[in-house]
Ligand binder design. Sequence first.
Ligand code: SF4
Length: 268
Amino acid sequence: MVLFQAKTMIQYENIFKPPMMSLFVISACNLQCPECIMMNQMNLHASYQMSIEEIEKLIYYSERSGYCFNYRYTGGEPLYWKHLKEGTRLLRNSKSCKSILLMTNAMKYENLTEEIVEMLDYIRISQYTYNEQAMKIVKNKYHNKTRIVDREEFYPNPNSPFENATPVECGNLEHLYFQGKIYACPHSYSLALKHNLTHLELGEEIKDNFLNRNCEIREGHIEICKLCLGNKKVRDQIDKTKNISPYHEKLLVQLTKKINPVKTMKLI
Ligand code: SF4
């Protein structure tokens, strides 16, 4: 049974106001876009799914600390998260919840039930060349709650730091919750893994008043910010490229097969 019903709909712009908390709920993703900034975290913790105990812990310490968040689900692809319904129900009924945003490619839309959507504030779909059908289905069904963001082109992740990228202009003011730990920002752990910077302090185990040292921790990982697309000064120095995921390539092969099976056999 759903206990919570949103009385008035929060405005879309307001869900991007701090404090924001990203929940990295699952590593698995059906697309595996090569330029995904979370790729290193996803690869190292490939079988990770956030547990109900982790959600309860987040709620417990957030409520005790008097925090109220705009929550968002990230990953990986949150529609594969096995606790999507129960986790959302717990968050929705918590005093720590201002809003919940689902970030998705929508391709596993059959997992998005009406009961779940009722508890969400918004569904933000990343638009690629190959999820048009799924987008339409979700958009038609949940018109008021769905927003689409063009992701057909990506900024490629830099391989080395930009020295002229400070003072940092970070566009990602949210914190990240993952494995019972609060990270000062959503990208630092994945980038630290990629660039061997895990010796830097990136976050803390969740506890009372867990945001107290957040600014200090962010300031301490400036070397990561010089590599991060969340930093406007890095992004301004990079050109976007077409996003081609292995899924996309597979589709192209299937298409070619239909048109010219003999030729495609050679391709494979
Ligand atoms: S690494 Fe730096 S620029 Fe990137 S999201 Fe974190 S704080 Fe922002």
